[in-house]
Design a protein around this ligand. Structure first.
Ligand code: AMP
Length: 174
């Protein structure tokens, strides 16, 4: 499948989860094997030269992309999770998102000092979620070598919050 065809199979759900929000429902893309393969191949290609040590996925839809990318690179994957889900010692960050407040947590030993990390999520909206994940990774002494998204909502200027010039999204909505 071509990247240009992917937009057609993303379901746009108006007024979810709140009035005025258009929710980009990726389940219609994820269940299509050809589409999912195209997404992973193209994202993997984009960051292949970035000397990544670890792939970080943001709960929950980010896990699907991050796991496939990590497998493709032969690398490990680290989950950044919503509060109370991780069993061991954690560090956490609060953030603001398009439709509410959130907090994300990661295990203190998830990454090693000096490692180069690729952060992966499904949608870049206001950037709060990805920026908070970047702060978590930096606090553990690792560096963010890139941010990978399937969809970017450009009108929310999320990439302005990410202190990186290596931000890529496969599909963008102007
Ligand atoms: P943000 O922190 O505003 O960049 O929001 C990004 C996170 O919220 C991602 O993990 C997305 O899964 C989710 N998200 C935010 N807005 C939308 C939207 N309009 N459609 C689908 N997912 C969204």
């Amino acid at each position: 499948m071509l990247v240009s065809d992917l937009k057609n199979i993303i379901r746009e759900v108006p007024d979810y989860p709140k009035p005025g929000i258009v929710f980009y429902d990726l389940t219609t893309l994820f269940k299509n094997g050809g589409a999912f393969r195209t997404v992973i191949e193209r994202l993997a290609e984009r960051f292949r030269e970035d000397k990544i040590d670890m792939v970080v996925g943001i709960e929950a839809r980010g896990f699907m992309l991050a796991a496939a990318l990590a497998y493709e690179y032969g690398l490990g994957i680290v989950p950044v999770r919503k509060p109370g889900k991780l069993p061991w010692r954690i560090t956490g960050e609060d953030y603001t998102l398009e439709y509410g407040q959130g907090r994300l947590e990661v295990h203190e030993d998830a990454v090693e000092k000096g490692q180069r990390v690729l952060i992966v999520d499904d949608v870049l909206a206001t950037g709060g979620t990805a920026a908070a994940t970047g702060r978590l990774i930096n606090r553990l002494g690792a560096s963010v070598c890139g941010y990978a998204f399937l969809v970017e909502l450009c009108f929310l200027n999320g990439r302005d919050l990410l202190r990186s010039d290596n931000v890529f999204s496969l599909i963008s909505y102007p």
